[in-house]
Design a protein around this ligand. Structure first.
Ligand code: ADP
Length: 667
């Protein structure tokens, strides 16, 4: 491809250099010659176009070279100037060369023309390239200097900074001269020196060509600030340099610190909450043991088996029994809520027939509703034969709460339980849900109170509701938590004076949700729940007593006393021990037919005692029944059953179960 060049001819007469122009046309250059006659408007012409070469024909006297040079001087670019002529005098020529004319082509030697043009164009290109590079360098220099990043070059051997941009100088507080005399060590915080050198060591070993890391820089005044730096090996001519680009990350570090502090606080709060809930769970558990025992004792007394109590005394006992029962109910709720909060709720999945749920609800609540002259009806729409996989006892617990609330807060009209199919969504997928809707025609709940009643201890009217209707304000909070744990929810629609409608939505299969919750530590599955409380039945008067001896090992004396009294109706002899040591002692002197063993003893763990009993030749055949308030997983229970003869969970309605187990074991 030909090079395009534009050539300006300054001449006197048109066509005067025709031959030269023809030669240019035939050359390798694609020359665009342009003739300018005279000097008028030469200035404008020079401005309007960027010429590669200018020829000046000096054959005619009236073209004055010094005027031409003057005009050319004013232009921005340097354009090579070549003279053409037939008889230019030497002195004119010397003057012209001295004034900056590049060359001279004699008209009688036109062969010189093309080499001269080629030479001038080559020079011109070089010149332009140089100018371009210089301009580019100037721009880069500006970018480097003004960049908000700190940029520097360092000699890898001496570790001396050999270039630093303004930002780095400003940040460090050094002048250029001061900094160039310093070593990298002077601008790194003492505590980071080692780690920085460890970070750049692979560059020295040639294992890596760049590295990025964070460290604290040291300013001239000794203060430090954190930076993130990218260091790279770079080549300058024959020597290698380290180039660094860094930026101040004080803000990010500050922000991260604040976020970390907040996270820490949240963790502390969560932990605190968990400890608190665990504490409540433990305390209420202790209190429940005592209450269970006093309930059992009052229940026994209230029977007046020895017919030595007067009517008013029996009435007192009745009051004591009922008050204790209310406290126990409250405790059960507190225990439940704190267990949920402490991530210790016990749940067990099973297939539940929907018709069973309704039958149970009707059986339980129809008589209670009737006492208040209210109708209670249960309808199942289109899913009679269906079942759902959930925790049966927890489902009953929520429904009990919703239905008993409905009855409690309704003076006339009716309560309905409607069960129907529904769709819900969990993590963007549709899941089959079963809805349990409890509708009443009661006092209703004002809109502004509706959200709050699901919070712990909240009642719609504050203390006045409590006084009028009783209750603790915990039922709905527990119900809401249970619904969430099982992967469902509870919704509420209500209008004061017209009634309320609570709907419990549960997935038809809660397995996935429960597995996830268990993973998050929100619950422990596979645990035997025991939440229904029924009054204890005292054995009939005429029951024949077994002639056996039972040893009760439990650290609670009141529990031992109550249980001894209760078992005393059916078993000849009950001996009690409050510690493992006491139990071993008794076993040395007494023939015992069955041992009832608690898991928590002051001097030993129940499991240790069990091991000891079962490995003792003399004692290993005595049946041992574990009777404890400790929540056990199925796996734990199975493990215990490898040695123990039965495991019964301790609570208010388990006395009978325990008795049945004892009678079975002692035959
Ligand atoms: P409790 O019934 O023990 O007070 P809950 O958590 O079960 O506790 O209920 C909280 C409050 O919600 C009740 O005190 C009552 O104000 C309101 N509430 C619940 N169910 C109904 C209902 N069916 N009709 C009217 N108010 C209700």
């Amino acid at each position: 491809m030909k090079d395009f060049i534009s050539i300006l001819f300054i001449e006197d007469t048109e066509q005067s250099n025709q031959e030269i122009k023809n030669r240019l046309h035939q050359s390798d250059f694609s020359a665009i010659p342009f003739s300018q006659n005279g000097l008028d408007s030469l200035g404008l012409l020079l401005k309007a176009h960027k010429w590669d070469l200018i020829f000046v024909d000096l054959d005619k006297e009236d073209l004055d070279l010094s005027t031409i040079l003057e005009i050319l001087d004013q232009q921005e670019f340097i354009t090579p100037l070549v003279l053409i002529g037939s008889e230019i005098k030497n002195d004119v020529l010397y003057d012209a060369m001295a004034a900056g004319v590049q060359d001279y082509v004699a008209k009688d030697n036109p062969d010189r023309l093309l080499p001269v043009v080629a030479k001038e164009i080559r020079n011109l290109r070089k010149q332009r390239k140089y100018t371009q590079t210089a301009t580019k360098n100037q721009i880069f220099d500006r970018i480097l200097t003004k960049s908000t990043n700190e940029i520097f070059l360092m000699d890898p051997m001496s570790l001396k900074v050999i270039y630093a941009n303004d930002t780095l100088l400003d940040n460090l507080g050094y002048t250029e001269e001061e900094l160039y005399g310093l070593s990298a060590k002077d601008v790194i915080a003492q505590h980071d020196l080692r780690s920085v050198f460890e970070e750049i060591a692979p560059l020295y070993r040639g294992e890596e060509s760049s590295t990025t890391f964070q460290f604290d820089r040291k300013r001239k005044d000794g203060s430090t600030y954190p930076v993130e730096i990218h260091v790279e090996v770079t080549q300058e001519d024959t020597r290698q340099l380290l180039m660094g680009i860094s930026f101040d990350i004080s803000r990010q570090v500050e922000d991260a610190k604040i976020i970390e502090k907040q996270k820490q606080k949240t963790r502390e709060l969560e932990l605190n909450n968990k400890y608190k809930s665990q504490f409540y769970a433990n305390v209420s558990h202790e209190m429940r043991t005592i209450l269970n025992s006093t309930l059992l004792l009052t229940n026994i007394l209230k029977e007046n088996r020895y017919e030595n109590l007067k009517d008013d005394q029996l009435e007192y006992l009745h009051t004591i029994y009922h008050s204790n029962n209310s406290v126990l109910e409250l405790l059960n709720e507190v225990l439940d809520l704190s267990k949920i909060e402490a991530g210790k709720i016990d749940v067990r999945l099973e297939e539940v027939e929907i018709s069973d749920i309704c039958d149970r609800a009707e059986r339980l609540f129809k008589p209670i509703a009737r006492e208040k002259n209210l109708a209670f009806e249960c309808t199942v729409n289109g899913i009679q034969n269906q079942h759902l996989k959930t925790d049966r006892l927890r489902l009953d617990q929520v429904l009990n709460n919703l239905i008993s609330n409905a009855i409690k807060f309704t003076e006339k009209g009716q309560i309905r339980l409607e069960v129907f199919k529904s769709n819900g969504s969990q993590k963007n997928r549709t899941v089959n849900m079963i809805a349990f809707r409890v509708k009443d025609s009661g006092i209703g709940i004002p809109a502004e109170k509706q959200k709050h009643i699901f919070e712990s201890y909240m009642q719609a009217e504050g203390s006045s509701t409590e006084k009028r209707f009783g209750g603790t304000g915990l039922g709905l909070a527990i119900s809401k938590e249970i619904a969430h744990l099982l992967g469902g929810k509870i919704t509420l629609e209500s209008e004061p004076g017209k009634g309320s409608c609570f709907t419990l939505f549960l997935p038809s299969d809660s397995s996935d949700e429960l597995a996830q919750q268990a993973e998050k530590g929100k619950l422990r599955i596979e645990i035997k729940p025991d939440i229904e409380s029924k009054p204890v039945e005292i054995p009939e008067k005429e029951t024949e007593k077994s002639q056996s001896t039972v040893l009760l090992v439990d650290d609670s004396s009141i529990h031992n006393m109550a249980l001894k009294e209760f078992l005393g109706f059916s078993i000849n002899k009950c001996i009690t021990a409050e510690s493992a040591e006491e139990a071993y002692k008794i076993l040395q002197s007494e023939i015992v037919d069955c041992i009832i063993l608690d898991m928590y003893l002051p001097d030993a763990d129940g499991k240790e005692v069990l091991d000891k009993l079962k490995t003792d030749e003399q004692l290993k055949d005595i049946p041992v029944i574990i009777y404890s308030g400790k929540s056990l997983t199925l796996a734990e229970e199975e493990e215990l059953l490898r040695k123990a003869d039965a495991v019964v969970q301790k609570n208010v309605n388990s006395y009978r179960k325990l008795l049945e187990n004892i009678l079975e074991k002692i035959g």
